[in-house]
Each structure stands twice: as C-alpha cells, then as structure tokens.
Write a protein that binds this ligand. Structure first.
Ligand SMILES: [Zn+2]
Length: 268
C-alpha cells in the first residue's frame, strides 16, 4: 500500500503549491501581461511616439526629513539582491510629496537605490552607475504604482559637491540598524531642467516591479508605470563605494534586463 500513498502525497503537495503560488485574488487577467517585465532596455527612439500622459510634480521645495534604512528582506545577517538602501518620507504631509498623473494623485512612498543601473539606454554601451526609484502609490493602492526613475552617473570632478542623493545616502545604516534621519532637498532628487520636473523630458513604459516584496518571492504581477527622466543626476565616488559595499558585484542589487519589449513613449 505504501507506493499508492506516494502519489497521493505528491498530489496534495502540488495542490498546496498551486494554492500558495497563485496570484492574489485582486489580480485581473490583464495584470498577468506585466509579469516580470522590468527592467528593460530603454527605447530612445520610442515606437510609441510622444506620450499624452500628463505628469505634474508637486513636491515641496526645500529640505524634508527621510528615515534612511537598509531594507531587510530575510535575516539581519544576510544581504540579498532584493534589498536596497531607501529613504522613507517622515514628518511631512502627503500634500508636499505628491505628483499628479493623468489627473490622479500619487503619493511618494519611498526613494530607493539600485547600486547599478537596471535600465540601460539602447544608444549607450554601459549602464548608469546607480538608479534611483521614487515609488509612488495611486488611488488604486499598493497595486497602483508609478515609479519616477533617476539615472545617476558618478561625479568625477576633483572636488565633487554632494547632490541631494549623496545627502540621503551618506553613511547609510546597516541592515536592521535603526533608521537614520536625513534632511534632503526633496525637489533636488529629480531633474529640474529644462524648466520644471513636470516638463523634464522622459521615456515612459508600463512594466512591473523589479524586486519582490520578500526575499525569494516572485510577486511581479502588477503593472507599474515607469517614467525615466532623460536628464541624469550624480553621486560622488565615495557614495558609490558605500552603496556598493553592501552587495557583491557585478550585479549588486540590480535585476538583470528581461527579454520583454514593452512599447515606450517619450516627452521631449
Ligand atoms: Zn527599485
């Protein structure tokens, strides 16, 4: 009789596995189209032409306080590629950290960093040194995400001045250490040229998250709107060294490009 119990056990295990891996019940069929899309190579002559989606950045000017942490996904003693150094806005109201996307309000939840670029321009041989993701949540909640992407190059001038990103990332805490307060020029975290963040040129596409919620997870189910600013910002070599020290190269905490080919659009 023993051999007959084995298939039954496997069947039960498969059923349990299926139950555990199925997407949350709020997932719509169309969401599956976005599974594991991002990151991708940026189409700098986008097939989608000029974007008609409107973006207005309503961040407050001046310094605001962020809690800076090394996000923990797993144990405090093991660092995983799905983790990041991030700043979470504290002590200032939503009205000072929101954007308008097609008329809907999206709230900045965090800015986090990938210690190597995740998106690469199709007209450039190398990835940017670092990629900042400003994650916003819209009226649809945790599955209604808009990510403003800032690509960062290394400031190799002899006496580089700190950017707002350096101010946030300087001497970041180790995993599970208490959060560190940093005062950062909020508007300084995104490009301001040519005239305003709303007008800054960008590439746009609909993709997915690039990291799951948990170490070893795979919840890339939901569509994420990406806006990648064409204008880059900088970090200093010192900051880059500190950031990269947390992970092993060459990928650090950057997800490799997928094979997906979403349609890009742009604003000039
Ligand atoms: Zn990210």
């Amino acid at each position: 009789m023993a051999p007959k119990r084995v298939p039954m056990a496997i069947g039960a295990l498969l059923a349990l596995t299926a139950a555990l891996t199925v997407a949350p019940t709020t997932t719509t069929a169309s969401s599956f189209a976005y599974l594991n899309v991002s990151p991708v190579e940026i189409d700098t002559t986008p097939a989608g032409g000029t974007s008609t989606d409107t973006l207005y950045v309503n961040y407050a000017t001046g310094n605001r306080t962020f809690d800076v942490t090394h996000e923990n996904k797993g144990t405090c003693l093991s660092t995983h590629f799905e983790e990041d150094i991030r700043g979470v806005p504290v002590s200032f109201p939503v009205s000072e950290r929101q954007v308008s996307w097609n008329g809907n309000t999206y709230e900045l939840k965090n800015i986090h960093y990938h210690a190597k670029g995740e998106h690469k321009q199709d007209n450039q041989p190398d990835y940017p040194a670092v990629e900042a993701h400003l994650l916003h949540q819209g009226p649809g909640g945790a599955h209604d995400l808009l990510v403003l992407v800032v690509l960062l190059d290394v400031n190799n001038s002899p006496s580089p001045t700190n950017s707002a990103h350096d101010d946030l990332l300087v001497t970041p805490p180790n995993e599970c250490d208490p959060a560190i307060n940093r005062n950062v020029n909020l508007r300084g975290l995104i490009p301001t040229q040519p005239a305003s963040p709303a007008q800054a040129g960008s590439w746009r596409y609909v993709g997915s998250k690039t990291t799951p919620e948990t170490h070893g997870g795979s919840d890339y189910w939901y569509p994420v709107q990406f806006v990648i600013f064409k204008q880059r910002q900088t970090i200093t070599p010192t900051t880059l060294t500190m950031l990269r020290s947390r992970w092993s190269g060459p990928q650090f905490n950057a997800k490799p490009l997928t094979a997906a080919t979403p349609t890009f659009s742009e604003t000039p």
